[in-house]
Design a protein. Structure first.
Length: 85
């Protein structure tokens, strides 16, 4: 039970840090940051491996880098599909 709660809290924190690095406004608030944290952790582990400190199964440094990449790509896609008037 505590492992799930700690994983969710870590995903939210990592999502907020990745959002702050990129400077975009992540839609969805806390839930959006949590999803970005989980997806970013997966992307970071796939691209960079598992190095650095690990908390609740998250390799913190690759997770933050992966989240920043994910949020940056979301910003690019939303800019492409956004209709300017």
């Amino acid at each position: 039970m505590w492992g799930i709660i700690i994983s969710i809290v870590m995903a939210i924190i990592i999502g907020f840090i990745g959002d702050a690095i990129v400077g975009k406004n992540m839609p969805g608030g806390i839930i959006g940051s949590m999803i970005a944290g989980f997806v970013g952790a997966w992307i970071g582990a796939s691209l960079f491996g598992n190095f650095g400190p690990q908390i609740a199964g998250f390799a913190v440094v690759p997770a933050i880098l992966g989240t920043a990449i994910f949020i940056f790509l979301l910003g690019l896609l939303s800019g492409i599909f956004r209709r300017t008037t």
